[in-house]
Design a protein around this ligand. Structure first.
Ligand code: G4F
Length: 330
């Protein structure tokens, strides 16, 4: 089996690459011209001479470069295509709305347009997001919950997800939307709240940082472990028919609860270190984003295997190890 991954250098791309390699796949990834592979999430695989250019291949390609994209798809001829690329920070999407929509909405549409012309199109997994539900009419949300996004990121993902549905019906392509709720790991970017919290707890414990500054700590999310989610993506393309799936834990926790759990791992009292900064408030927060993944369980046999407390411990311990090797300051 051969897979192609857009956004391979991200959190999900790197875990999925490991999973697919472990299942004997040949894995190809698209890398932006501006991406640095040194010390990236793929470094350990890229640096392995038994893997790189043998079973793992990287191709430079920006998603707006449709000629190159088409050429790579024709040359690689993947069986499966996993689409993660695009601006992924919700808060930032208010500041850079046009490029967010361009990369997510138009980037996905361009990919679909190429797929419909291929003689043997691959199966596609599209990483849609819980953010499409925004202020939902239904709690928890399912695949049938109407989309009601409240930020440019969610609106762009809603467009892309709807296009995936349209192209699946109109052109008979094997296309899957995964409505992914927040999923985290030590490879999460440091500007996402879970990693920011875990890294701060570790750095404060090691005497490398004095405080943690956050926005809205009452905000709630359905947080899972990224390794569970990439397994769900893979299962969704192994199924005989395409469809849409919610991938979620079904449990809501607040940012405040996440802070308490992370500081508990290092035995610190969060009250002494937590500060609030109004500039980090988003104004437009989604409400009650919590998913019902029963369809994924019934059809794919998918269930999250790890809980929040093991996730928090894993993330804080990884940051402790990382900061011990490369301290923020002496
Ligand atoms: O960690 P976040 O930035 O994640 P958010 O906005 O839920 O988006 C992530 O999950 C989505 C669903 O899977 C993805 F589609 C998306 O691409 C991304 O992966 O923020 C979580 C919550 C928000 O309510 C935010 O307002 O944490 C709140 N928060 C409070 N203080 C903060 C901060 N978020 C960030 N990033 N930084 C803060 O200081």
């Amino acid at each position: 089996m051969r897979a192609l991954i857009t956004g391979i250098t991200g959190q999900d791309g790197s875990y999925l690459t490991e999973l697919l390699l472990a299942h004997g796949y040949e894995v190809h990834g698209l890398v932006r011209r501006t991406s640095t592979l040194e010390r990236s999430r793929l470094q350990h695989l890229y640096a392995d001479p038994d893997l790189y250019n043998r079973r793992l291949f990287l191709h430079y390609c920006d998603l707006e470069d449709t000629t190159t994209l088409r050429r790579i798809l024709l040359r690689v001829a993947p069986d499966e295509l996993y689409h993660f690329a695009g601006q992924s920070h919700v808060g930032l999407s208010f500041e850079i709305a046009e490029s967010t929509v361009e990369s997510i909405a138009m980037g996905t549409l361009r990919l679909l347009e190429i797929l419909r012309d291929l003689a043997a199109p691959p199966r596609l997994f599209h990483a849609a997001s819980s953010e499409v539900f925004g202020r939902p009419l239904q709690v928890p949300q399912t695949e049938l919950t109407p989309m009601a996004p409240v930020n440019p990121y969610g609106a762009a993902k809603a467009f892309a997800a709807q296009m995936v549905r349209i192209y699946r019906e109109k052109h008979g392509l094997f296309l899957v939307n995964g409505f992914l709720y927040n999923h985290e790991s030590p490879r999460r970017g440091e500007n996402f709240v879970t990693r920011k919290i875990c890294r701060a707890a570790a750095a404060i414990h090691l005497g490398q940082q004095d405080q943690l500054t956050l926005g809205d700590t009452s905000a709630q999310r359905d947080w899972g472990d990224a390794r569970d989610y990439v397994r769900g993506m893979w299962l969704s393309l192994r199924h005989e028919t395409p469809g849409d799936y919610v991938f979620a834990t079904g449990r809501l926790h607040s940012v405040q609860q996440f802070v308490e759990a992370a500081f508990a791992v290092v035995g610190l009292d969060w009250r002494q270190y937590l500060r609030r900064d109004e500039r980090l408030l988003r104004g437009q927060e989604p409400a009650q984003l919590v998913g019902d993944a029963s369809l994924a369980e019934q059809v794919l046999g998918w269930k999250p295997e790890r809980d929040l407390s093991s996730l928090v411990r894993w993330m804080v311990e990884a940051d402790l190890a990382e900061l011990a090797k490369r301290p923020l300051r002496r």
